[in-house]
Design a protein around this ligand. Sequence first.
Ligand code: ZN
Length: 120
Amino acid sequence: MHELGIAQNILQIVQQAVPETGAPCVRIIRIRVGQLSGVVPDSLDFCFSAIVNDTEMKQARLEIEQVPLTSECRDCRQRFPINELDFFCPACKSTNLELVSGRELEVVEIEMADESDGTP
Ligand SMILES: [Zn+2]
């Protein structure tokens, strides 16, 4: 399954970014997913919960931000969102376009619990 591999990737990134002792403090992992990556957020969420359950990070959850497809016209530099079949520039009708967003798959932020809660 596509999403399972991605979930494992995300877990690896977080494990590298957070020291081992910090793992139980990870609360929220914010990720950005481009529409073109083909990831189904619900499915990714489900896979991630399943794999973190065996780790110190089982309380962590994903917060998934979907990034819409955006294109830039190479002729007039207009930027616009792409709606499926409208693959031309709304300003000059050019089809000389460049995809500027929509392929993202990245960890944006890892939110940790406040550790100053009484333990010395
Ligand atoms: Zn244009």
